[in-house]
Design a protein around this ligand. Structure first.
Ligand code: COA
Length: 546
């Protein structure tokens, strides 16, 4: 080695390679040959499955797997594909890339691990090399602490080789284990369902934090129509059994329904943005603050939206739109459990997860609330509850549907949420709905009420019926006149009116103040700023200051 000059980082190497030498030329030709062979083999894999399968895939209006990834990642950013040649030379070469694409791509500035089935290869079913590739990608995601995006288009285990995929530690069960644990660690697990996801393939979206299904192509079932026919003798169409409409509007397995793949990827990018805090901001939670924007709609319009008659409902989303930055509200699971709206917004630049009643709480609304609270916990987003409900649904159907348990699970989720919680009574706050929606007993950091609000076990009208019935039953029927009953009704009504009045409540400090609805945004902005000055609950003791 000879030294010709020095720099601050060290000496510059002086080469002895002679590009004109025979040796160099021989090496060069051999290396180029190897590189070209590698490129050929890679492009064979990238071309996907057999021509017939590709034609059928495209004929269904579906996008090829790598083009899907290109549609999702930030334009102009690279995708680092892993193990492109997995399964090379195995399985009679019928499974290019093992029928699955894995790699790291950037979405909205955040790196994600992509795990995407290639449905043109054996219907996206997983061979032994595919499950190994899937699990390896999850292992990397966990080690690097990044979320996973699953583009699910898979027939589950490749049945002829099920013994090499199903039972052992790093087989299908191991991939579920990793997915569930990563979610609990706060690493987002997001799925887009783009094909028939059967059996093991169904659990990937089902285990995800948020699921988007594309109508017409996305299906989820534990057993497809042939299995159902064989097992139960039921003949059923695939979409009826597990289509996007059924799963988004009936079963609730899916959170969003979209019409096209392009629409799905726009939605996915929106979801990725809500996960940004953890991954971008090093777990700083609600400190993620951006410059505030006023709502697009005039907050004074709130006065015209609140019903003068408390029995006439109003759409809480119209209130939210006049309270949050830019009137931007990214609604979670809008098609399911519609009597409770949940979604992400910002107030005075602070991110917030909002739960607002739009009617009585049914089992599905309660389950949605529990799911949404878990998401906010995972992403460390403070929670805002806007109460306007007559409580949980009663009746035979509800009891048989397990409303008591679903309500209790919602209360448990609220009680155990570590993120800051804030509550505003924007309308009625009756029955256990008060508890499930983070009433005083559930210890929100601040609880405000609007002057139109009412708080009690039940409305005055309901109480009149219930209490009068109970009291009349206790009196001797023969001695009870219509006049007595009318008097009793009036007494009960007046008492309930008085006790559920917001001034009665605030006088007894059941809240932290009655506020003018128009000022709610400012009050909450202050609460969020105060919370942001404190430790993030999962920050490992790091103290953040504004
Ligand atoms: N195991 C083995 N091969 C499978 C498979 C599986 N789980 N799923 C699909 N395939 C194969 C098919 O045999 C076919 O092979 P070929 O190209 O050699 O003919 C290819 O994948 C495409 O399947 P096909 O049914 O023609 O495609 P499709 O797009 O119409 O349907 C599925 C795709 C995944 C919806 C459908 O194949 C299916 O329901 N598969 C069975 C799923 C299942 O029951 N899994 C149980 C796992 S425990």
């Amino acid at each position: 080695m000879s030294i010709t000059s020095t720099t601050t980082t060290g000496p510059v190497w002086t080469t002895t390679v002679d590009p004109d030498s025979e040796q160099f030329k021989t090496n060069d030709a051999a290396s180029r040959q190897l590189a070209s062979e590698l490129h050929d083999r890679m492009s064979h894999v990238i071309d996907g499955g057999r021509d017939r399968s590709i034609k059928r895939h495209l004929g269904r209006g579906k996008v090829m797997v790598r083009d899907r990834i290109d549609m999702i990642i930030d334009p102009g950013t690279p995708f680092m594909e892993l193990s492109t040649l997995a399964a090379f030379g195995q399985y009679d070469d019928v499974a290019p890339g093992a029928g699955i694409v894995t790699g790291i791509g950037v979405v909205g500035g955040i790196p994600f691990m992509f795990i995407a089935n290639d449905a043109t290869v054996k219907g996206g079913s997983l061979l032994p090399a595919s499950i190994k590739k899937h699990v390896r990608a999850q292992h990397i995601a966990e080690e690097q602490q990044i979320g996973c995006i699953y583009l699910a288009d898979s027939g589950g285990a490749f049945l002829p080789l099920q013994d090499e995929i199903f039972p052992d530690k790093d087989h299908f069960g191991g991939s579920f284990y990793r997915q569930a644990r990563m979610s609990a660690m706060g690493l987002p697990q997001l799925s887009v369902v783009l094909g028939g996801c059967t059996a093991g393939g169904a659990y990937v979206p089902a285990l995800s934090d948020e699921v988007i299904m594309v109508e017409g192509i996305g299906r989820i079932f534990l057993g497809g129509p042939p299995i159902v026919k064989a097992a139960l003798g039921e003949v059923i169409e695939p979409d009826e059994l597990g289509g996007a409409d059924m799963h988004t509007r009936v079963s609730g397995v899916s959170d969003y329904i979209v019409q096209t793949e392009a629409e799905a990827y726009i939605k996915l990018r929106e979801i990725c943005a809500t996960t940004a805090q953890r991954t971008i901001d090093n777990n700083q939670g609600w400190l993620d603050t951006i410059p505030a924007e006023p709502p697009v709609y005039n907050p004074e319009e709130i006065y015209g939206i609140i019903s003068a008659d408390a029995r006439i409902p109003f759409d809480s989303r119209e209130i939210i739109a006049r309270m949050v930055d830019g009137s931007e509200y990214n609604e979670f699971k809008p098609e399911w459990g519609e009597t409770l709206t949940c979604g992400f917004s910002r107030i005075w630049g602070h991110r917030v997860g909002i739960l607002a009643n739009n009617g009585i709480l049914f089992s599905n609304s309660a389950q949605k609330a529990t799911h949404f609270i878990e998401l906010c916990e995972q992403r460390q987003i403070p929670l805002l509850f806007l109460q306007n409900t007559s409580g949980y649904m009663v009746g035979k159907d509800s009891e048989m549907g397990g409303i008591a348990k679903h309500g209790a699970q919602m209360v448990t989720a609220v009680a155990n949420a570590k993120v800051p919680r804030f509550t505003v009574l924007i309308g009625n706050s009756y029955g256990a709905g008060n508890y499930g929606m983070c009433g005083r007993g559930l210890a929100p950091r601040f609880l405000f009420a609007w002057p139109n609000s009412r708080i009690a076990t039940m409305s005055a009208e309901t109480a009149q019926t219930v209490l009068v019935d109970i009291r009349v039953a206790g009196l001797k029927a023969a001695e009870t006149t219509d006049e007595d009953i009318a008097k009793l009704r009036k007494e009960v009504g007046d008492q309930y009116e008085m006790h559920s009045n917001p001034y009665y409540a605030t006088s007894r400090i059941w809240d932290d103040g009655l506020i003018d609805p128009v000022k709610t945004r400012d009050a909450l902005g202050l609460c969020l700023s105060l919370a942001a000055r404190q430790d993030a609950p999962n920050s490992g003791g790091i103290v953040y200051r504004m």
